[in-house]
Design a binder for this molecule. Structure first.
Ligand code: NAP
Length: 393
């Protein structure tokens, strides 16, 4: 049976890997739609290669450039943020792979869930903000949610060894990022270049910074909480620098089931596309005799404050996670633009959380309001920090 796929964010790290996976899977996997935010050139090259029916640029300023670049192709061009919703709802699409970065993916993920699509979720931020709602919508509308994040894919696979009520706990592994051994003092002097050099994974800039602050792991706790309907107390994080054991599930009898593989996103991407089947693919096979040693340690919750905040937010629920995510997105943008220091990212997130009055049992509109409030609050905090830094120099 031919499977028709839309990739939201095909020009990013996950999107490009997904296209490599699909190349190897062969003609049963057909691309119907692709999207970029502003990289019209790469999107046009992908359109030429994969011949989708639709291409979208969410930053409408690039629509004209895209139209020129694909003028000789039989492809419909969509532009603006709502283009992703249109793509996610296309009747001819079976699988929506969400690989855009940040909360911007939320409306399209929700639309796909409401249409009962098979959702292959890499874009974790919508799940952090509105995981409960997304799970409910997918369930009510006959959709399937398959994780692409390597840790959640591992948990999903390990879960198949027992029944849901037999799970004792989930163990999320974390590489520890580039500053695993850093002291609080070292962290204060981290440069942009250091934060962007991840020791194991080659990823887009936002998630690379999130891995360095360990905010990414904090998001993954919340993502796991909703994806697997698991109380926060049953989610543990362990540092595993080799990134070979992608995560584990402990069952009530004491058995621990893990999924192992080379650190290569092609493996979880492929499984989310071919599930429940397993097929030969492009990911390099694991040679444990070459790895020889696998190590695990508890994370340092004081140096990596983001992790403690993640647990707190996961327990609080309601609008807290929307604020947590939005403040981080705004702060990471400012760090990538060179306006704040690395250490300011988590400080700003903590500041926004401390000023926010959490509401529970909220609608999507209230979550989006909290998101917008946190972005404003974080930017105001940035202005303060920049002013103070100038005053001190
Ligand atoms: N990379 C990994 O290995 C990895 C692993 C696990 C989970 N994830 C998650 O997967 C998602 C994508 O990560 P990535 O590393 O692939 O990111 P990335 O390389 O930065 O790619 C992001 C993609 O989203 C598009 N985009 C950027 N801003 C957008 C906006 N405002 N609206 C719509 N589209 C937008 C980009 O288009 P342009 O190219 O035109 O800018 C690009 O196609 C993130 O949520 C991340 O946390 C990534």
């Amino acid at each position: 049976m031919v499977r028709h796929i839309a990739i939201l964010g095909s020009t990013g790290s996950i999107g490009r890997n997904a296209l490599r996976v699909i190349d190897a899977l062969g003609p049963q996997y057909q691309i119907v739609a692709l999207s970029a935010h502003s990289n019209a050139e790469l999107l046009a090259a992908q359109a030429r290669r994969y011949k989708p029916e639709f291409v979208a640029v969410t930053n409408a300023d690039y629509a004209e450039q895209l139209a020129e670049l694909v003028s000789d192709l039989d492809v419909e061009i969509l532009a603006g943020p709502d283009a992703l919703i249109e793509i996610a709802q296309l009747q001819e699409v079976d699988i929506v792979l969400t690989a855009v970065v940040g909360a911007a993916g939320l409306p399209a993920v929700l639309a796909a869930a409401r249409c009962g699509k098979q959702l292959a979720i890499a874009n974790k931020e919508p799940f952090v903000i509105a995981g409960e709602l997304l799970r409910k919508e997918a369930k009510e509308n006959g959709g399937t949610i398959l994780p692409v994040d390597s840790e959640h894919s591992a948990i999903f696979q390990a879960m198949q060894s027992g029944r849901r009520e037999e799970v004792n706990k989930i163990i999320l592994t974390a590489s520890g990022g580039p500053f695993r051994r850093a002291s609080a003092e070292d962290i204060r002097n981290v440069t942009l270049e250091q934060a962007l050099s991840h020791p194991v994974w080659d990823m887009g800039p936002k998630i690379t910074v999130d891995s360095a602050t360990m905010m990414n792991k904090a998001f993954e706790i919340i993502e796991a909480r909703w994806l697997f309907d698991m109380p926060v107390e049953k989610i543990q994080v362990l540092i595993h620098p080799e990134s070979i054991v992608h995560s584990l599930v402990e069952f009530v009898d004491g058995s621990v089931i893990a999924q192992l593989g080379t650190p290569d996103m092609c493996l979880p991407i492929q499984y989310a596309l071919t599930y429940p089947a397993r097929v030969a693919g492009i990911a390099k096979h694991l040679r444990l005799e070459e790895i020889r040693k696998l190590t695990f340690e508890r994370p340092d919750l004081e140096t990596f404050r983001a992790l403690s905040l993640g647990y707190e937010v996961a327990r609080t629920g309601g609008t807290a996670a929307a604020v947590f995510n939005a403040a981080n997105e705004a702060a990471v943008q400012e760090f990538l633009a060179g306006r704040i220091k690395f250490v300011n990212i988590v400080e700003l997130v903590e500041h926004c959380l401390s000023k926010h009055d959490v509401k529970t049992n909220v609608s999507l509109e209230e979550l989006l309001e909290a998101d917008a409030w946190a972005r404003r609050e974080a930017r105001a905090g940035v202005k303060c920090k920049v002013k103070n830094a100038k005053g001190n120099s």
